[in-house]
Design a binder for this molecule. Structure first.
Ligand SMILES: [Zn+2]
Length: 217
């Protein structure tokens, strides 16, 4: 029952990637950890977002092996699996090539924390991770080692795109959406001049308020 609900949720979250303009063709995926199990659900490989159904979302173990489903899992499954193995508090992972954020990744440039919305969500800059080839654990290792030194739930993988994490799949999608939003705004700001940094102590205050006080309790 929990598994079916999670498949429905992760299926619906893929529509958010489309709605916010984070993906072209089939290049983006969402996964969610199955609570209390060494399993996660993820998009099947190469399936159009319009054709995704809850039943087509596949189940994998934390080594990335297919456990349940009729289709092959996403080609990014090994990276998602590595993150779940290494970061027990992570309940959701998202990968996109969203255009503005990926442009920063193509330059190998971290997005500086120059907006209060960035301080709120990311607690500092959005860092750049190293270049890594798809397939084995290289991408997953690079995601985990880069995020370990940052409060940011998103990382710009060099020459590639965005990986975002969260306490659940919805939180990871939110981080991916916010990452693209601030990547765009800071890019626009820089086309017309230099950007103004926010003092480290103000970033700390903003981050603390947003993470611990903001919203409905
Ligand atoms: Zn990719």
């Amino acid at each position: 029952m929990i598994l079916m609900a999670l498949r429905e949720r992760v299926c619906a979250l893929h529509a958010e990637l489309v709605r916010y303009g984070l993906v072209a063709w089939t290049a983006g995926n969402v996964s969610g950890r199955v609570p209390g199990e060494d399993l996660f659900v993820i998009k099947p490989s190469g399936v159009s977002y319009d054709d995704l159904t809850p039943g087509s979302i596949v189940v994998c173990d934390l080594d990335g092996n297919l456990v349940d489903g009729d289709l092959a899992p996403s080609s990014d499954t090994a990276a998602h699996a590595y993150v779940y193995r290494s970061m027990p508090d992570v309940g959701g992972v998202v990968h996109t090539h969203s255009p503005y954020a990926t442009a920063w990744a193509a330059r190998g440039e971290a997005i500086p924390c120059v907006l209060t919305a960035m301080a709120d969500e990311f607690g500092g800059e959005i860092p750049v991770g190293p270049f890594a080839l798809i397939g084995g654990d290289d991408i997953g290792k690079a995601i985990v080692s880069t995020l370990a030194g940052h409060r940011s739930p998103a990382v710009l993988m060099r020459n590639h795109g965005v990986f975002a994490i969260g306490k659940d799949a919805a939180a990871a999608v939110k981080a991916a959406v916010m990452c693209e939003d601030v990547a765009r705004t800071v890019h626009l700001a820089r086309t017309a001049g230099s950007v103004e940094p926010i003092a480290a102590e103000d970033i700390d205050r903003l981050y603390d308020r947003y993470q611990n006080v903001y919203g409905q309790r």
